[in-house]
Design a protein around this ligand. Structure first.
Ligand code: SAJ
Length: 427
């Protein structure tokens, strides 16, 4: 099948790069979003998200005339749904953006079109939710139009490279739909394209992120055990990982982002009685900010009235994404415990955490600080020179929740460094 025109619904972390890459590969792309503010800034060539290379790609796609930005879809050969599927307060999947996007396609759908859902969704969403909505057009999925699920699996910070190079899973509701999906994505995908059915493709995506969540939960629980038994979890992991079949991940202050901390709930919600492990891993990781805050409290001998410089708010290094960030949770808990917390994140300088002060610079955060706490391992923070830090703050307590700071160097600069998961005799 040949595709000349596509509509991408949702211009967020996935939709915008995907729309731009299709456009730069010669397709005529209409990028659709419901947020007026996003549309306005995109029309001026300014993406609303920070991702290496994205700005230049979007601007080139707009300048070529192949990418246009719109508030409503219009007729096209293919429709891609890449809208958010957040988790509700009760941990159920909020599919309202998916259903709204699917409804908006209905008036424009024509015989022979392809509809692809990319949003991470609970098993059977393509078949049970999207198909019946799009069929309100009077056309039948499979018989009259193609329908597939194709999950995005790219890592924020490396989206543009991974979109092209990663293996791509395409799950059609029938084999003709899978093949139509392959024809579409082969416009830019250089990785292997693997065809399967829609529900398997949905499960693949959820299994990947759930597996990673469980692995990190194990690492986090090991860090608690290490502190209990007075050993250094980082040393223990490094030794264990010399085993040819072991790859333990890194403990930290918790798991954030809009994917790994959310997706496992879609499986728990779909089948709570057979997912105790998945649920428990989520709870372990959600409890890790409190564990990190406890370490900081012990390092300072209490929180009330203490002045803390908290470094980093993003959910992981070198991104500006604050969604579900454990660093924010830790800072909030420190403030609730009575500490005066000054946060600083070079990627989100103005981000405000309840009860904390957003410092405009590292120096402003360090001034008056009794303790410096590494919450996010942004490169610039990992590379800090402890001598310079010592010259900028009065206190000599340092807490590393990411296992990144060189202990000898920090000790050499006069700090008492406490590392998450390093038992007292190693702290
Ligand atoms: N983290 C740890 N220890 C580790 C690794 C990560 O505590 O050893 C924490 C990070 O600090 C962060 C969270 O986990 O808070 C998630 O970060 P991440 O880098 O593991 O993953 P994401 O959420 O940025 O992207 C994931 C990726 N999925 C997998 O690696 C299986 C990505 O490929 C997906 O496309 C993305 O989710 C998504 O959109 O679903």
């Amino acid at each position: 099948m040949r595709f000349e025109t596509i509509c991408v619904l949702g211009l967020g972390y996935i939709g915008l790069p995907t729309a731009s890459i299709f456009a730069s590969n010669g397709l005529k792309v209409t990028g659709v979003d419901v947020n007026e503010r996003i549309l306005t800034s995109l029309r001026q060539g300014e993406p609303h998200i920070e991702e290496p290379g994205l700005r230049a790609l979007v601007q080139a796609a707009l300048a070529s005339g192949n990418l246009s930005i719109a508030a409503q879809p219009k007729p096209a050969d293919a429709f891609l749904i890449a809208v958010p599927t957040p988790v509700r307060e009760d941990k159920g999947a909020d599919l309202s953006a998916v259903t709204t996007a699917a409804e908006s396609i209905v008036p424009h759908l024509r015989r022979g079109n392809l509809v692809v859902l990319e949003s991470t969704s609970p098993p059977r969403t393509t078949v049970d939710v999207v198909a019946p909505i799009v069929e309100r057009s009077g056309l039948r999925a499979g018989a009259d139009f193609h329908l597939a699920y194709s999950p995005e699996r790219v890592l924020p910070g490396q989206i543009l490279r991974e979109l092209v190079e990663n293996a791509r899973v395409i799950g059609g509701i029938d084999s003709a739909s899978s093949e139509a999906g392959r024809d579409l994505y082969s416009a830019f995908v250089r990785g292997e394209i693997v065809l399967t059915d829609a529900t398997t493709a949905e499960m693949v995506k959820l299994m990947e992120n759930t597996y990673r969540d469980i692995s990190i939960a194990a690492a986090n629980e090991f860090s608690r055990l290490a502190e209990r038994f007075g050993i250094d979890v980082w040393e223990a992991i490094a030794i264990a990982n010399r085993h040819p079949r072991i790859k333990i991940l890194r403990p930290g202050p918790g798991v954030g982002g809009h994917c790994i901390s959310v997706d496992p709930w879609f499986l728990v919600e779909s089948a709570p009685e057979i997912t105790p492990l998945i649920r428990q891993a989520r709870l372990v990781n959600d409890g890790q900010p409190a564990f990190a805050a406890g370490l900081i409290e012990r390092s300072l001998g209490g929180l009330r009235g203490r002045t803390i410089a908290a470094l980093g708010l993003a959910y992981k290094p070198d991104v500006d994404d604050l969604r579900e960030s454990p660093a924010i949770d830790v800072a909030r808990q420190l403030a609730m415990g009575g500490a005066q917390v000054k946060t600083f994140d070079p990627y989100a300088v103005e981000a405000a955490v309840p009860g904390c002060t957003a410092a405009p610079s590292l120096d402003a955060a360090l001034k008056d600080a009794e303790a410096i706490v590494l919450l996010v391992d942004h490169r610039a923070f990992v590379d800090l020179d402890p001598m310079q830090v010592a010259a900028s703050m009065p206190g000599r307590v340092a807490v590393d929740t990411r296992g990144r700071w060189d202990r000898a160097r920090w000790a050499g600069a006069g700090f008492r460094l406490h590392v998450l998961g390093a038992g007292e005799s190693h702290g």
